[in-house]
Design a protein around this ligand. Structure first.
Ligand code: EPZ
Length: 417
């Protein structure tokens, strides 16, 4: 187990390039199962979740090699359709494998993906979508088994615009006979990147990025090469880091339209942000409190709620954050209170009274984005902080300490005693 040690009150300055998006890469890696042959995916960061997905695909029979930031996935000899329980538990995003395995092999077996720190994470919408196109799904003894003699196009009307369920429905129906329409689909940019990848493979999908997606089933898909979209959540985290440390950052390889809600909110808080071609420049100003509600895209992303909450702990005035997406996504609050933050949580609402400065403390990461938020708080805090259990952070932020060091931060990685 490892920890970060951070000496705070250092302004971040310089340029940082954002890598490929974890939440685009994971479904795209799963989608390679829909064809037989060698797929090549570029701009892949070194993240734990991606390594877990590599291990799962390898256990299913894929041959995977990595050349720097490129993954080469050969799905010629997939024999298995059962996802190993221990890997399912390690990363619930393995649920993305249901769609492609059912779509290609008409069968999939996986252990029920557990909840995680941020909530129970049910998959009822995933299962309902698969049943709508002809799958029989059985849930017993902690396992889910889905099979289909044949998959036929259908109408899927989501009660909630679930990102994963939308992606699973797309991947399950690309090889079905007939057309499938998904209504109340999630509109996240990662879904548009998945549509681009699948259409390169020969699929016929339109509508990703809107709330209605139409998939015309086809017989066969071919392996392709693809460069994934950049990680808007990683970019947003660095924007917040600059605002918190009164720094001056240029963030490269990011599409500003993926972050409009975040840019808008940071400007309300007092940051100056200039938008360039594929880059953003942020210079901090005096921070003032705002209200914030997380929403499905294009609303404010839940994955940046924790970093924003960190920022608001040192903004002037009172802020109110409402987390509408996940049931239990305020686990960073108690750790921030240890650093002197004044926060009260009532259900899905956090009330933050800004303080002039946080003070360093020993805190623990509880989940990926909460861990990121604690690093940001430590960068701004007076004195030394230790952030324990950084394996949570390594799931979604590639070598975070090295990237922050390159911007002037005083942060290092150590073994926990
Ligand atoms: C994806 O999770 C992301 N993960 C999450 O990022 C992100 O926070 C989330 O979308 C929302 O944007 C990946 O893409 C790998 P959902 P997903 O299905 O697909 C409920 C990170 O930090 N729901 O849109 O699981 C669910 O409980 C991670 O990178 C059901 O009720 O999100 C939640 O309250 C965290 N039934 C809400 O919908 C279902 O069948 C949103 O979940 C599915 C979801």
């Amino acid at each position: 187990m490892e920890k970060f040690i951070v000496r705070g009150e250092v302004r971040l300055n310089g340029n940082i390039r954002v890598s490929g998006a974890k939440n685009a890469i994971l479904p795209i890696m799963a989608a390679t199962l829909l064809c037989s042959g060698i797929s090549v995916i570029h701009d892949i960061p070194y993240l734990r979740d991606i390594k877990v997905m590599q291990d799962i695909l390898s256990l299913l029979g894929a041959k995977i090699t990595r050349e720097n930031n490129t993954l080469i996935i050969d799905t010629t000899n997939i024999q298995e359709v059962e996802i190993p329980e221990h890997l399912m538990r390690e990363m619930r995003a393995s649920v993305f494998l249901m769609g492609p395995l059912l779509g290609k092999f008409r069968k999939v077996r996986l252990s029920y993906p557990g909840g995680c720190a941020i909530g129970p994470r049910p998959i009822d919408l995933h299962i309902k979508a698969l049943e709508k196109i002809g799958a029989q799904v059985e849930e017993k003894f902690g396992f889910i088994e889905a099979r289909a003699d044949c998959l036929t196009g259908g109408e899927i009307n989501f009660d909630y615009p679930s990102v994963g369920a939308t992606e699973n429905a797309m991947m399950a129906s690309v090889l079905a006979s007939g057309s499938t329409i998904i209504r109340n689909a999630a509109r996240e940019p990662e879904i548009s990147d998945l549509q681009t990848f699948l259409n390169k493979m020969g699929a016929q999908i339109v509508g990703a990025g809107t709330d209605t997606i139409i998939i015309n089933g086809i017989k066969k898909l071919i392996p392709v090469e693809h460069t994934v979209m950049s990680d808007r959540i990683q970019a947003g985290t660095f924007l917040v880091a600059a605002a918190m440390t009164h720094g001056d950052l240029i963030i490269e390889n990011i599409l500003s339209e993926h972050l409009f809600s975040v840019i808008d909110k940071l400007k309300d808080i007092g940051a100056q942000i200039n938008i360039g071609r594929n880059c953003l420049r942020i210079k901090a100003g005096d921070l003032r409190g705002v209200d914030l509600k997380t929403l499905p895209y294009p609303g404010f992303p839940t994955d940046l709620q924790a970093p924003l909450l960190s920022l608001l702990t040192i903004a002037t005035g009172t802020s109110i954050i409402t987390e509408t997406i996940f049931e239990n996504r305020f686990k960073h609050v108690n750790e921030l209170i240890r650093m002197g933050a004044k926060i009260k949580v009532e259900g899905r609402t956090a009330i933050i009274r800004g303080v002039p400065k946080l003070t360093g403390a020993i805190v623990a990461a509880t989940d990926l984005r909460a861990g990121g938020a604690l690093v940001l708080a430590a960068l701004a805090a007076e004195g030394i902080s230790e952030i324990e259990n950084v394996y949570h952070i390594d799931r979604g932020y590639e070598r975070l300490e090295e990237k922050l060091q390159s911007l002037g931060a005083n942060i290092s990685r150590h073994k926990m005693d």
